[in-house]
Design a protein around this ligand. Structure first.
Ligand SMILES: Cc1ncc(COP(=O)(O)O)c(C=O)c1O
Length: 397
């Protein structure tokens, strides 16, 4: 057996199950889950139709590199969305389809991380659990940067010692973040690119929530925007991860992409060829349809905006909670033990949220998720409102 498997932490939902095991909830109240970050809005019918129309493609083996038409559709989406000048993203070299960002984040680390040289994989804290597991299974130590309210829920990159940057092999960014919803400002992204050049590390920007934002007039920038503004047409040391799961409510399609540095993507393609994770052709054809349409994405944002407005109306008078820059999460301060808050909330109101400390690691003498909980506003509007009212009753009692 691979010894590194023993280093993997229990998944937050496993810990949550244990926390709530045996908890008795108040009779009569139906359960409301604000715990799982699974999109619940309807998947677009035209994507389902594209999938149905192309089921005969099951008869062929897909290539790992994917269809040129898909890679081109993605490159054009990046140009439109992030202001990348036409022609910079060569679909054949700068774009690869992946089966959702989860597997891509994991396999990317296996491709880029170098064992046995005292390296680090640097990650925000709290963070998406895969960054850590990928580092541990690649034999490289994870290093955590606290995302605190005092710093806008982003890491204080200026406070990172030079020795950490020197050992850094991959810097994970998550913007908008899970669970904080914080956006990394464009100027910070540009500064991180110059640090990557200075210390020779790769920036892996997980932007799977980039399309869930509130102001239609100001879509959040991403790492590709920073490259565009810096004139960095080779995207050196920069790779972005995007997904249809949240953008298009297609978590079961398993479709996303990576884009950026052509040399890194060439190595990633080689790794993936052996790993065996080519995207089925019918999924690729359905994905082309999804990346080529924005109307359904705007409608999706409208639904989230409505839910955030309603829930914040109920909760902000009684809790320390802010509207995030993006994503579908709230990350309120519960002013005490987050696990006890979750258990008591479940018992008294039959509402499930995730303790913030389960999404973060103790590092530097603190757990930056302690005292907070994550609420995912994925359920229908009425259920989110009912959940918020019960939480309000719980905290004001
Ligand atoms: C921050 C973050 N990255 C990546 C993923 C993986 O998403 P998918 O594999 O569906 O693209 C998730 C899913 O919840 C996430 O929260």
């Amino acid at each position: 057996m691979n010894d590194a498997l023993n280093q993997l932490q229990p998944y937050p939902f496993e810990k949550l199950r244990k926390l709530l095991a045996g908890a008795e909830h108040t009779q009569g109240l139906g359960h409301i889950a604000l715990s799982i970050g699974e999109p619940k809005h309807a998947s677009p019918e035209f994507v389902a139709q594209a999938l149905r129309d192309n089921l005969a493609q099951m008869a062929v083996y897909p290539t790992t590199a994917g269809l040129p038409a898909l890679r081109e559709a993605i490159a054009h989406w990046c140009e439109r969305r992030f202001g990348v000048p036409a022609g910079w993203l060569d679909a054949a070299r700068h774009v690869l389809p992946v089966n959702g960002t989860r597997e891509a984040l994991f396999s990317f680390v296996q491709t880029v991380a170098q064992r046995g040289v005292d390296g680090l994989i640097v990650s925000p804290n709290p963070f998406y659990q895969i960054y850590e597991g990928a580092a541990l299974l690649a034999g490289v130590q994870p290093h955590y940067l606290a995302c605190l309210a005092s710093h806008g829920f982003n890491p204080d990159f200026d406070a990172v010692p030079t020795q950490v940057w020197e050992r850094c092999q991959i810097l994970f960014l998550c913007s908008p973040g899970n669970p904080t919803g914080a956006l990394i400002p464009l100027e910070t992204l540009k500064r991180l690119i110059s640090l990557a050049d200075e210390h020779d590390f790769v920036i892996a920007a997980d932007e799977c929530y980039s399309e869930l934002y509130f102001d239609e007039g100001t879509p959040p920038p991403g790492l590709l925007t920073a490259c565009a503004e810096l004139g960095r047409s080779d995207f050196k040391r920069c790779v972005v991860f995007h997904s249809l799961s949240k953008r298009s409510n297609l978590p079961g399609l398993r479709s996303g992409f990576v884009a950026g540095d052509a040399d890194i993507l060439k190595a990633f393609l080689l790794y993936r060829t052996y790993h065996g994770c080519a995207m089925p052709v019918q999924t690729q054809l359905a994905s082309i349809a999804a990346w080529s349409d924005e109307a359904h994405v705007r409608a999706n944002r409208d639904l989230y905006r409505e839910k955030f407005d309603a829930v914040l109306n109920i909760l902000s008078p009684v809790m320390d909670v802010q509207r995030p820059d993006g994503s579908f999460y709230l990350w309120p301060n519960v002013g005490g033990d987050d696990a006890a808050f979750c258990r008591e909330l479940f018992e008294q109101q039959h509402v499930t949220v995730v303790p913030g400390s389960y999404l973060s690691r103790d590092a530097g003498g603190q757990n930056p998720g302690a005292g907070r909980v994550r609420m995912a506003l994925v359920a229908p509007l009425a259920e989110c409102i009912e959940g918020a009212q019960r939480i309000r009753e719980f905290v004001t009692r």
